[in-house]
Ligand binder design. Sequence first.
Ligand SMILES: [Mg+2]
Length: 342
Amino acid sequence: MSQSVRTRPEGSGQALSAAYDTALLDLDGVVYAGGDAIAHAVESLAIARSSGMHLAYVTNNALRTPDAVAGHLTELGIPTGAGDVITSAQAVARLISEQVPQGARVLVVGGEGLRVALRERGLEPVESADDDPAAVAQGYGGPELTWGRFAEACYAVARGVPWFASNTDLTIPSGRGIAPGNGAAVEVVRIATGAEPQVAGKPLPPMHRETILRTGAGRPLVVGDRLDTDIEGAFNGGVDSLLVLTGVTDGAQLLAAPPEHRPTYVDADLRGLLTGQPDVTPKGDGFGCGGWTATAGADRLELVGEGEALDGLRALCAAAWTAAGEGSCELDGGKALARLGL
Ligand SMILES: [Mg+2]
C-alpha cells in the first residue's frame, strides 16, 4: 500500500466519536487490564456510544469465545453483544475455510474460542493427527494446553498438512506477569517442523478484513495500546488510529516509532474519543502543540514551554518523526519525557 510517511499526529476539530462511525477497540491495555476496567473506559465508552458511535472489540486472543468476551465486558458495565466482538479465531477460521473443502476436519491446538469459530464456518474440529485433518489451527490455549497437543500438530504439519495460526503475539499479560502467548507456542511447532504457518491476527490483513466484514464500518477508527499489532494493523488496512497510553506503549517507544507504527492520534486514555485533537504545527525550528515547542537537537529532543503533558508529547512526536523520516528516531527523548511526567 502506498501512503505518505506520517511525520506528526493529526488534529481533529470534531470529537473523534463524531468524526468516525465505528471504534475498533483493542481490549487488553485499552478497555481492561488483568480483568478489571481501565480508568475512564466505562464512562467514556458509554458517552461515545450514546453520541452514535458504534463500538466493536477486536482481539488477537483466540481462547475465549465472542460470547464470553461480551459477557465479561457487560459485567464491567460496558453492555456488549457477541456480534460486536471480533477475535483472531474468527479470522483464522475464515482463512482456513477458503482453503479447505466445506466440512473439512481441522486439528485444533487451542481453546474453545477456536473450536466455536471453526464450527461457525462449517469446519469440524478434531483432536488428533490421526483424524485425517485438512488443516492445523493453532491459537492461544491457556494453561490447560498440553505438550501432547503440540506433538499432534507437529505430526500433521510434518506430513504437509497446511498450518494456520490465529496470531503470533509472543507474550500475553497476566495478573502475575508476562506469560507465553500463542506466538511462543507457534515457535515450538516451527522449531520442531521447520514449517511456516499462515497467520491471521493483527497486524495482518485477514484480521482487518474480518473486522470490516463483521462490523460493516464505513469510517472506522482503530483504538489500541500496542504499536506492532493495533497501530500497524490500522496502517496495513489504510485506517486511522488512536494510540492510548494505558497499556504496553510508553512515550519513548512512541517517539522511536517507524512509519508503520505511528498512530494518527495519541491520547492518555479512552477519554480521547470524546474530544477533538489539537493541531501540531511547525514553529521555529521545530513543532508546537498547546503551550509546548519541541525541536530535534544534535543528539536529543528538546522541549520548552508548559501546558498539558499530552500536547508536549504530540509536539515531541512531530520533532522525532520528522527527524527520523522513514526510519526510527534515535535521538534521546528521556529528559523531555521526564518533564512531561511520561
Ligand atoms: Mg492491547
